[in-house]
Design a protein around this ligand. Sequence first.
Ligand SMILES: [Fe+2]
Ligand SMILES: [Fe+2]
Length: 452
Amino acid sequence: MSQAVLISDNEVINSLFELNLRAYVAVNINIKPDIESAVALLEHIPNLDAIIVFKNLSNDPGDLSVLEKFLAKKKMKVPLILMGDHAKGHKQAIYIKNKYNIKQLLQSMAKLLELTAVQMASREVPNYFPIPIRLLKNMESSYYDLYSRKQKEDFEYDYEQVIEKSIPFGDKLNSFIQKDEDYLYIDSQFRLKFINKVSSFMIDELNKPDLSTEEKIEITAQGHSMVAQEVFDDPKVSEAVVAVSNTCIKAMINVVKDVPKLRGLLTMLMENQGDYIFKHGVVATFIASQMIEKMSWGSKEQIDKVAFSIFFHDLFLVPIYQKYPDAISEEDLLFREDVSTEDKEVILNHAKYAGEMIQSFPRAPMGADMIISQHHGMMNGRGFAVNYKDDISPLSKVIIIAEDTANGILQDIADGNKKDSLNPEKLIKRLNARYTYQSYRKIIATISEIQL
Ligand SMILES: [Fe+2]
Ligand SMILES: [Fe+2]
């Protein structure tokens, strides 16, 4: 098994990283709370595949140069994986800005170990896979049956089912903790699914009220891609997906309330590793929520509804943008020759699919499914409007204008016209040329009052 050291004092992160690294890339980790104690440990581990440094905003792991000096002195060439907001300029370092991005950590680790995706998936694992009990402590029940292990003979074990899936733990889990057991086991075939579910649950837990705006954005980006992943694995929306989505949407509403100006939000987003779908959604949420505030009929309930709708509106495009990362817009994707016919069918129908998914989403705001279906101006959710009609829902119109504004701004920034990108007269002029109905133009006019 490969070896790595993790420097982190966050118990949740420690458990999550340990579990994911072991399951996906067969890496065993030693955990130390700070640089100093990690350096002391390194004296005893000569063959190390990586050192992972997790940086909390509230808690600095210590001076990285101490670690680097030590490695240089010992002539150890160990790559560093720096998670979070670390200063640039470290040698042999891989930077992962979003420190909760487990997927990127695993990809970096696989690359260091020269593992291919096929090898990762086909790795042999024993029939039962250990799960740290301390990770289960925060949960009420398990997603799969849990087993305890008893030694039969040397290197031979018996596994006995002790906790049934979906049944509340009650005192059962505590009885294992009291016996000083560290692990319970699950059937190995479910291990990756289980880990993904626990990971998203824990990210949700990490969403404490004292988080900074940057951290909220990070977590929401992470949550958004987890929700997309989960929905494609299993279109029946689970309670875990509902919980993560609602946490993210709530965090997003707080972010757009906390940030005084769009300018500041854009700076934070440029630093963030989230994908285009996520970023244009955040900018559109900021613009839409301010537009609604300026409307005579605007209310908090409608801001919540719009934030919810924007979170999901392009969810079905997430895997497509991953396949064609240089795509600049939905229309661009539709006309490209290298995009497959099946993918084009998804692009044409993505508004309809997302609307249909929300119809069965537990406790979704009323009418959100329709708002999402109509976000390209088409009644039935199929295709893209050329002439925007007057008879679609008013909140869909807000989303259409807010998105169009957001896309224009992001495009300008990408083209290097940052200075001019937030000029309200310019924004309004461009939109007025495209939308002729009075109902749209009323929404467009509010741009002059938005805190850009
Ligand atoms: Fe969109
Ligand atoms: Fe869309």
